[in-house]
Design a protein around this ligand. Sequence first.
Ligand SMILES: Nc1ncnc2c1ncn2[C@@H]1O[C@H](COP(=O)(O)OP(=O)(O)OP(=O)(O)O)[C@@H](O)[C@H]1O
Length: 317
Amino acid sequence: MTELAISATGLRKSYGDKTVLDGVDIAVPQGTVFALLGPNGAGKTTAVKILSTLISADDGQARIAGHQLGAGAAESQAVRRAIGVTGQFSAVDGLITGEENMLLMADLHHLSKREGREVAAELLARFDLTEAASKPASTYSGGMKRRLDIAMTLVGSPRIIFLDEPTTGLDPRSRHNMWQIIRELVADGVTVFLTTQYLEEADELADNIAVLNGGRIVAEGSAAELKRLVPGGHVRLRFTDPASYQSAVSLFEEASRDDDSLTLRIPSDGGQRQLRAFLDQLDTAAIEAEELTVHTPDLDDVFFALTEHGEPEHVSP
Ligand SMILES: Nc1ncnc2c1ncn2[C@@H]1O[C@H](COP(=O)(O)OP(=O)(O)OP(=O)(O)O)[C@@H](O)[C@H]1O
Protein backbone atom coordinates (compact mmCIF):
# COMPACT_ATOMS: atom_id res chain seq x y z
CA MET A 1 0.00 0.00 0.00
CA THR A 2 1.23 3.51 -0.78
CA GLU A 3 2.17 5.40 2.33
CA LEU A 4 -0.12 8.25 3.28
CA ALA A 5 1.41 11.72 3.39
CA ILE A 6 -1.66 13.09 5.13
CA SER A 7 -4.27 11.17 7.05
CA ALA A 8 -6.99 12.43 9.32
CA THR A 9 -9.92 10.80 11.04
CA GLY A 10 -12.87 12.38 12.82
CA LEU A 11 -11.61 15.97 12.67
CA ARG A 12 -13.95 18.32 14.48
CA LYS A 13 -13.81 22.05 14.97
CA SER A 14 -16.39 24.50 16.26
CA TYR A 15 -16.33 28.24 16.79
CA GLY A 16 -18.79 29.00 19.59
CA ASP A 17 -21.93 27.09 18.70
CA LYS A 18 -21.03 26.98 15.00
CA THR A 19 -19.73 23.57 13.95
CA VAL A 20 -17.31 24.07 11.06
CA LEU A 21 -15.89 20.55 10.76
CA ASP A 22 -18.11 17.73 11.93
CA GLY A 23 -16.06 14.54 11.69
CA VAL A 24 -13.86 14.81 8.62
CA ASP A 25 -11.70 11.92 7.36
CA ILE A 26 -8.95 12.55 4.84
CA ALA A 27 -6.35 10.26 3.27
CA VAL A 28 -3.76 11.55 0.82
CA PRO A 29 -1.17 9.12 -0.59
CA GLN A 30 2.35 10.43 -1.12
CA GLY A 31 3.02 12.14 -4.43
CA THR A 32 -0.63 12.75 -5.28
CA VAL A 33 -2.84 15.83 -5.51
CA PHE A 34 -5.83 15.98 -3.23
CA ALA A 35 -8.46 18.66 -3.76
CA LEU A 36 -10.80 19.74 -1.00
CA LEU A 37 -13.71 21.30 -2.78
CA GLY A 38 -16.49 23.27 -1.17
CA PRO A 39 -18.57 26.41 -1.33
CA ASN A 40 -17.67 29.60 0.56
CA GLY A 41 -17.46 29.04 4.28
CA ALA A 42 -17.51 25.24 4.00
CA GLY A 43 -14.48 24.93 6.27
CA LYS A 44 -11.71 24.35 3.73
CA THR A 45 -9.32 26.90 5.23
CA THR A 46 -10.10 25.60 8.70
CA ALA A 47 -9.07 22.09 7.58
CA VAL A 48 -5.83 23.43 6.08
CA LYS A 49 -5.06 25.38 9.25
CA ILE A 50 -5.56 22.29 11.41
CA LEU A 51 -3.48 20.00 9.17
CA SER A 52 -0.69 22.56 8.95
CA THR A 53 -0.56 23.02 12.76
CA LEU A 54 -1.77 26.65 12.72
CA ILE A 55 -4.78 25.83 14.87
CA SER A 56 -5.77 22.72 16.79
CA ALA A 57 -8.81 20.55 16.21
CA ASP A 58 -11.38 20.04 18.99
CA ASP A 59 -11.33 16.32 18.28
CA GLY A 60 -9.91 13.75 15.88
CA GLN A 61 -6.54 12.40 14.85
CA ALA A 62 -4.18 13.43 12.09
CA ARG A 63 -0.79 12.29 10.85
CA ILE A 64 1.26 14.44 8.51
CA ALA A 65 4.47 13.06 7.00
CA GLY A 66 4.43 10.35 9.66
CA HIS A 67 4.09 12.75 12.59
CA GLN A 68 1.11 12.89 14.88
CA LEU A 69 -0.65 16.23 15.25
CA GLY A 70 -1.36 17.35 18.79
CA ALA A 71 1.29 15.04 20.24
CA GLY A 72 3.56 17.70 21.63
CA ALA A 73 5.77 20.50 20.41
CA ALA A 74 8.45 18.24 18.89
CA GLU A 75 5.95 16.43 16.66
CA SER A 76 4.34 19.73 15.57
CA GLN A 77 7.80 21.08 14.80
CA ALA A 78 8.54 17.99 12.69
CA VAL A 79 5.27 18.48 10.79
CA ARG A 80 6.14 22.12 10.14
CA ARG A 81 9.53 21.11 8.79
CA ALA A 82 7.94 18.68 6.33
CA ILE A 83 5.25 21.00 4.96
CA GLY A 84 4.84 24.25 3.10
CA VAL A 85 1.69 26.37 3.24
CA THR A 86 0.64 29.08 0.84
CA GLY A 87 -2.61 30.72 0.06
CA GLN A 88 -5.00 33.04 1.72
CA PHE A 89 -2.52 33.84 4.48
CA SER A 90 0.39 34.68 2.19
CA ALA A 91 3.86 35.16 3.65
CA VAL A 92 4.91 37.71 1.02
CA ASP A 93 6.05 41.05 2.52
CA GLY A 94 5.16 43.78 0.02
CA LEU A 95 7.58 46.35 1.42
CA ILE A 96 10.71 44.41 0.49
CA THR A 97 11.80 43.02 -2.87
CA GLY A 98 11.08 39.55 -4.19
CA GLU A 99 14.68 38.58 -3.66
CA GLU A 100 14.72 39.92 -0.09
CA ASN A 101 11.57 37.91 0.64
CA MET A 102 13.37 34.81 -0.62
CA LEU A 103 16.52 35.53 1.41
CA LEU A 104 14.42 36.05 4.52
CA MET A 105 12.92 32.62 3.98
CA ALA A 106 16.40 31.14 3.47
CA ASP A 107 17.45 32.69 6.82
CA LEU A 108 14.41 31.17 8.51
CA HIS A 109 15.50 27.79 7.18
CA HIS A 110 19.04 28.38 8.48
CA LEU A 111 20.68 28.21 5.07
CA SER A 112 24.14 29.78 4.82
CA LYS A 113 24.32 33.17 3.05
CA ARG A 114 25.79 31.54 -0.05
CA GLU A 115 23.32 28.68 -0.11
CA GLY A 116 20.48 31.14 0.46
CA ARG A 117 21.52 33.29 -2.49
CA GLU A 118 21.86 30.22 -4.72
CA VAL A 119 18.48 28.75 -3.78
CA ALA A 120 16.79 32.17 -4.10
CA ALA A 121 18.25 32.78 -7.56
CA GLU A 122 17.33 29.29 -8.73
CA LEU A 123 13.74 29.51 -7.52
CA LEU A 124 13.24 33.08 -8.77
CA ALA A 125 14.39 31.90 -12.20
CA ARG A 126 12.18 28.81 -12.07
CA PHE A 127 9.13 30.95 -11.39
CA ASP A 128 10.02 33.58 -13.98
CA LEU A 129 10.70 36.28 -11.38
CA THR A 130 14.37 37.04 -12.04
CA GLU A 131 13.62 40.33 -13.77
CA ALA A 132 11.28 41.47 -11.02
CA ALA A 133 13.51 40.20 -8.20
CA SER A 134 14.86 43.63 -7.25
CA LYS A 135 11.45 45.34 -7.20
CA PRO A 136 9.25 45.63 -4.10
CA ALA A 137 6.77 42.75 -3.99
CA SER A 138 3.92 45.26 -3.59
CA THR A 139 4.43 46.19 -7.26
CA TYR A 140 3.86 42.56 -8.41
CA SER A 141 0.71 41.39 -10.17
CA GLY A 142 -1.54 38.86 -8.45
CA GLY A 143 0.00 36.00 -10.44
CA MET A 144 3.56 37.13 -9.63
CA LYS A 145 2.75 37.37 -5.91
CA ARG A 146 1.37 33.82 -5.92
CA ARG A 147 4.45 32.58 -7.74
CA LEU A 148 6.70 34.34 -5.23
CA ASP A 149 4.66 32.85 -2.41
CA ILE A 150 5.17 29.33 -3.78
CA ALA A 151 8.87 30.01 -4.45
CA MET A 152 9.24 31.11 -0.81
CA THR A 153 7.50 27.94 0.35
CA LEU A 154 9.89 25.81 -1.69
CA VAL A 155 13.01 27.27 -0.01
CA GLY A 156 12.59 24.66 2.72
CA SER A 157 12.12 21.82 0.16
CA PRO A 158 8.83 20.66 1.68
CA ARG A 159 7.56 17.23 0.62
CA ILE A 160 3.96 18.22 1.33
CA ILE A 161 2.44 21.51 0.22
CA PHE A 162 -0.89 22.99 1.24
CA LEU A 163 -2.26 25.39 -1.33
CA ASP A 164 -5.29 27.26 -0.08
CA GLU A 165 -7.23 28.52 -3.11
CA PRO A 166 -4.03 29.06 -5.14
CA THR A 167 -5.74 30.56 -8.17
CA THR A 168 -8.59 32.59 -6.70
CA GLY A 169 -8.60 35.99 -8.40
CA LEU A 170 -6.03 35.07 -11.06
CA ASP A 171 -6.67 35.66 -14.76
CA PRO A 172 -6.92 32.56 -17.00
CA ARG A 173 -3.29 32.71 -18.16
CA SER A 174 -1.93 33.02 -14.60
CA ARG A 175 -4.26 30.24 -13.53
CA HIS A 176 -2.87 27.94 -16.22
CA ASN A 177 0.69 28.91 -15.19
CA MET A 178 -0.12 27.98 -11.62
CA TRP A 179 -1.55 24.63 -12.73
CA GLN A 180 1.67 23.95 -14.60
CA ILE A 181 3.70 24.80 -11.49
CA ILE A 182 1.59 22.42 -9.42
CA ARG A 183 2.03 19.63 -12.00
CA GLU A 184 5.80 20.11 -11.91
CA LEU A 185 5.82 19.92 -8.12
CA VAL A 186 3.95 16.64 -8.27
CA ALA A 187 6.32 15.34 -10.94
CA ASP A 188 9.09 15.97 -8.39
CA GLY A 189 7.24 13.74 -5.92
CA VAL A 190 5.68 16.47 -3.79
CA THR A 191 2.26 15.78 -2.27
CA VAL A 192 -0.21 18.61 -2.83
CA PHE A 193 -3.24 19.36 -0.68
CA LEU A 194 -5.30 21.91 -2.53
CA THR A 195 -8.46 23.75 -1.64
CA THR A 196 -10.53 25.27 -4.37
CA GLN A 197 -13.93 26.55 -5.30
CA TYR A 198 -13.19 25.84 -8.94
CA LEU A 199 -14.45 22.52 -10.19
CA GLU A 200 -12.34 22.81 -13.30
CA GLU A 201 -9.23 23.17 -11.17
CA ALA A 202 -9.98 20.02 -9.21
CA ASP A 203 -10.79 18.22 -12.45
CA GLU A 204 -7.48 19.32 -14.03
CA LEU A 205 -5.16 18.62 -11.14
CA ALA A 206 -6.50 16.27 -8.52
CA ASP A 207 -6.06 12.52 -8.26
CA ASN A 208 -8.67 12.57 -5.54
CA ILE A 209 -11.37 15.07 -4.75
CA ALA A 210 -13.40 15.42 -1.58
CA VAL A 211 -16.48 17.61 -1.49
CA LEU A 212 -16.91 19.39 1.84
CA ASN A 213 -20.36 20.60 2.75
CA GLY A 214 -22.03 21.30 6.05
CA GLY A 215 -18.86 20.27 7.89
CA ARG A 216 -18.74 16.80 6.35
CA ILE A 217 -17.20 15.13 3.34
CA VAL A 218 -20.28 14.40 1.25
CA ALA A 219 -18.48 12.66 -1.61
CA GLU A 220 -14.98 11.54 -2.46
CA GLY A 221 -13.22 9.98 -5.41
CA SER A 222 -11.50 10.75 -8.68
CA ALA A 223 -13.17 13.29 -10.95
CA ALA A 224 -14.45 10.40 -13.10
CA GLU A 225 -15.87 8.56 -10.08
CA LEU A 226 -17.62 11.67 -8.80
CA LYS A 227 -19.12 12.36 -12.21
CA ARG A 228 -20.62 8.87 -12.21
CA LEU A 229 -22.42 9.67 -8.95
CA VAL A 230 -24.84 12.09 -10.46
CA PRO A 231 -27.14 12.07 -13.39
CA GLY A 232 -26.70 15.13 -15.54
CA GLY A 233 -25.94 13.77 -19.00
CA HIS A 234 -28.32 15.16 -21.55
CA VAL A 235 -28.80 16.16 -25.14
CA ARG A 236 -29.82 19.74 -25.63
CA LEU A 237 -31.92 20.70 -28.63
CA ARG A 238 -32.38 24.36 -29.43
CA PHE A 239 -34.93 25.66 -31.92
CA THR A 240 -35.56 29.02 -33.55
CA ASP A 241 -38.90 28.04 -35.03
CA PRO A 242 -41.66 27.78 -32.36
CA ALA A 243 -43.65 25.26 -34.45
CA SER A 244 -40.66 22.89 -34.69
CA TYR A 245 -40.10 23.36 -30.98
CA GLN A 246 -43.70 22.38 -30.21
CA SER A 247 -43.44 19.28 -32.44
CA ALA A 248 -40.28 18.25 -30.63
CA VAL A 249 -41.95 18.82 -27.24
CA SER A 250 -44.64 16.29 -28.14
CA LEU A 251 -42.08 13.89 -29.61
CA PHE A 252 -39.76 13.85 -26.57
CA GLU A 253 -42.09 13.63 -23.62
CA GLU A 254 -39.30 12.85 -21.17
CA ALA A 255 -37.51 16.12 -21.96
CA SER A 256 -37.41 19.11 -19.64
CA ARG A 257 -38.35 22.24 -21.53
CA ASP A 258 -37.44 25.88 -21.50
CA ASP A 259 -40.14 27.66 -23.47
CA ASP A 260 -38.36 31.04 -23.37
CA SER A 261 -35.24 29.83 -25.13
CA LEU A 262 -37.07 27.13 -27.17
CA THR A 263 -34.74 24.56 -25.71
CA LEU A 264 -35.29 20.93 -24.77
CA ARG A 265 -33.06 18.92 -22.47
CA ILE A 266 -33.40 15.17 -22.96
CA PRO A 267 -31.74 12.84 -20.43
CA SER A 268 -29.06 10.83 -22.23
CA ASP A 269 -25.80 8.99 -21.68
CA GLY A 270 -24.44 10.76 -24.76
CA GLY A 271 -23.69 7.40 -26.42
CA GLN A 272 -23.62 6.92 -30.19
CA ARG A 273 -26.63 4.59 -30.28
CA GLN A 274 -28.87 6.97 -28.35
CA LEU A 275 -27.76 9.97 -30.39
CA ARG A 276 -28.55 8.13 -33.62
CA ALA A 277 -32.01 7.26 -32.26
CA PHE A 278 -32.68 10.95 -31.43
CA LEU A 279 -31.60 12.03 -34.91
CA ASP A 280 -33.75 9.33 -36.52
CA GLN A 281 -36.76 10.45 -34.52
CA LEU A 282 -36.20 14.08 -35.57
CA ASP A 283 -35.73 13.09 -39.23
CA THR A 284 -38.81 10.86 -39.30
CA ALA A 285 -40.93 13.65 -37.85
CA ALA A 286 -39.24 16.16 -40.23
CA ILE A 287 -38.22 18.39 -37.33
CA GLU A 288 -35.24 20.66 -37.86
CA ALA A 289 -33.33 21.71 -34.73
CA GLU A 290 -31.14 24.79 -34.87
CA GLU A 291 -28.54 23.22 -32.60
CA LEU A 292 -27.89 19.86 -30.96
CA THR A 293 -25.33 19.59 -28.19
CA VAL A 294 -24.32 16.68 -25.99
CA HIS A 295 -23.68 17.39 -22.32
CA THR A 296 -21.95 14.73 -20.23
CA PRO A 297 -22.07 15.18 -16.46
CA ASP A 298 -19.28 17.38 -15.19
CA LEU A 299 -18.08 18.34 -11.75
CA ASP A 300 -20.56 21.22 -11.77
CA ASP A 301 -23.38 18.68 -11.76
CA VAL A 302 -21.72 16.84 -8.85
CA PHE A 303 -21.14 20.02 -6.93
CA PHE A 304 -24.67 21.30 -7.38
CA ALA A 305 -26.15 17.94 -6.53
CA LEU A 306 -24.07 17.51 -3.38
CA THR A 307 -23.81 20.97 -1.88
CA GLU A 308 -26.50 23.14 -0.46
CA HIS A 309 -26.84 25.10 -3.69
CA GLY A 310 -29.33 22.44 -4.77
CA GLU A 311 -29.91 21.39 -8.36
CA PRO A 312 -29.07 23.80 -11.14
CA GLU A 313 -32.38 25.13 -12.41
CA HIS A 314 -31.29 26.36 -15.77
CA VAL A 315 -30.66 24.41 -18.94
CA SER A 316 -26.90 24.70 -19.14
CA PRO A 317 -25.13 24.90 -22.47
N1 LIG B 1 -11.51 32.27 13.97
C1 LIG B 1 -12.80 32.11 13.68
N2 LIG B 1 -13.76 32.46 14.54
C2 LIG B 1 -15.07 32.27 14.26
N3 LIG B 1 -15.54 31.72 13.12
C3 LIG B 1 -14.62 31.34 12.22
C4 LIG B 1 -13.22 31.50 12.43
N4 LIG B 1 -12.56 31.03 11.36
C5 LIG B 1 -13.51 30.57 10.49
N5 LIG B 1 -14.75 30.75 11.00
C6 LIG B 1 -16.02 30.39 10.35
O1 LIG B 1 -15.91 29.02 9.97
C7 LIG B 1 -16.55 28.80 8.72
C8 LIG B 1 -15.59 28.14 7.76
O2 LIG B 1 -14.53 29.04 7.42
P1 LIG B 1 -13.36 28.65 6.43
O3 LIG B 1 -12.53 29.87 6.26
O4 LIG B 1 -12.70 27.41 6.89
O5 LIG B 1 -14.18 28.34 5.10
P2 LIG B 1 -13.68 28.12 3.62
O6 LIG B 1 -14.33 26.86 3.15
O7 LIG B 1 -12.21 28.20 3.56
O8 LIG B 1 -14.36 29.33 2.89
P3 LIG B 1 -13.80 30.35 1.78
O9 LIG B 1 -13.87 29.60 0.50
O10 LIG B 1 -14.80 31.47 1.86
O11 LIG B 1 -12.41 30.73 2.18
C9 LIG B 1 -17.04 30.16 8.24
O12 LIG B 1 -18.40 30.27 8.55
C10 LIG B 1 -16.23 31.14 9.06
O13 LIG B 1 -16.95 32.32 9.28
